[in-house]
Design a protein around this ligand. Structure first.
Ligand SMILES: Cc1cc2nc3c(=O)[nH]c(=O)nc-3n(C[C@H](O)[C@H](O)[C@H](O)COP(=O)(O)OP(=O)(O)OC[C@H]3O[C@@H](n4cnc5c(N)ncnc54)[C@H](O)[C@@H]3O)c2cc1C
Length: 227
């Protein structure tokens, strides 16, 4: 018997499931409420001949299986790109991941000293059992750096208060990154990681990106499933 599967939502999860199920020979129907686009919040929309990403998407996974699946879907259209992430704060740009020397220069000695003191305080007296994004990041970086580099940015991107975002989610997204590791990464010469799982997720300085934006990946997945 051929299994028949109905999937609700043509976002990355639905389309990846559809593609893999098709590969195993299942009959798949994907229901999508958007009349035009697939890709969910990872879609690329067209406006006056230009393509806009709903969110800037980097394609990087610690799982080789996931990387291989993306390569299978897009082949040469999945480009390697250098990463340039910067935070605009107080009229100045800060590289992200932070570069210790640059951050020190931009913040000035007094503010830098406050940040280091606040970080030391957080290490000595962490919020016990952190439940929110705010508590988790403050424990990792100190309250002052949380206010400067994380609070406004995160609230703008995700549209909710850092007190309402769970600590689990912060731990998963900023996993492995701490102020001391960020300073070490900025000061020490770069060494290739022994394997992908050792790479600190937010410190990656190149990533893969589809030639026409992230939506291209999901259009390709939908086309394969249709075919
Ligand atoms: C600003 C931003 C940046 C991001 N950057 C990255 C990144 O760099 N790298 C990365 O890997 N991830 C990134 N993400 C996360 C990534 O976009 C999501 O993890 C991913 O899109 C989740 O896929 P999903 O299929 O679970 O859900 P969604 O993308 O939300 O897709 C759900 C789909 O289901 C449809 N749907 C919902 N309800 C129904 C219904 N009742 N009937 C029919 N259809 C329905 C929706 O229309 C949508 O198409 C980012 C997200 C944002 C917002």
């Amino acid at each position: 018997m051929t299994p028949t599967v109905t999937i609700i939502g043509a976002g990355p999860a639905g389309l990846t499931a559809a593609h893999l199920l098709r590969r195993e020979g299942a009959e798949v129907t994907v229901l999508e409420q958007d009349p035009r686009y697939v890709g969910g919040i990872s879609r690329t929309v067209e406006y006056k001949g230009f393509r806009f990403d709903i969110g800037g998407h980097r394609f990087f996974s610690k799982s080789q299986e996931v990387e291989d699946l993306w390569t299978e879907l897009l082949g040469d259209d999945l480009l390697h790109r250098p990463r340039s992430s910067r935070i605009y704060y107080g009229g100045r740009f800060y590289s992200y991941p932070l570069k210790a020397g640059e951050a020190l220069k931009n913040l000035g000695l007094v503010e830098s000293a406050r940040c280091v003191a606040s970080y030391a305080w957080a290490r000595l007296f962490p919020v016990p059992d952190p439940k929110s994004f705010e508590d988790w990041v403050s424990n990792q970086f100190g309250r002052r750096l949380f206010g400067i580099f994380f609070k406004t940015y995160t609230e703008k991107v995700w549209g909710m208060s850092c007190r309402e975002i769970s600590a689990d989610w912060a731990a998963q997204r900023i996993k492995g990154l701490s102020l001391s590791k960020a300073i070490m990464a900025a000061l020490l010469p770069k060494r290739a990681p022994k394997d992908r799982t050792q790479t600190i997720k937010t410190l990656i300085d190149t990533f893969r990106y589809p030639r026409k934006g992230p939506g291209m990946m999901w259009e390709a997945a939908a086309d394969r499933t249709r075919a």
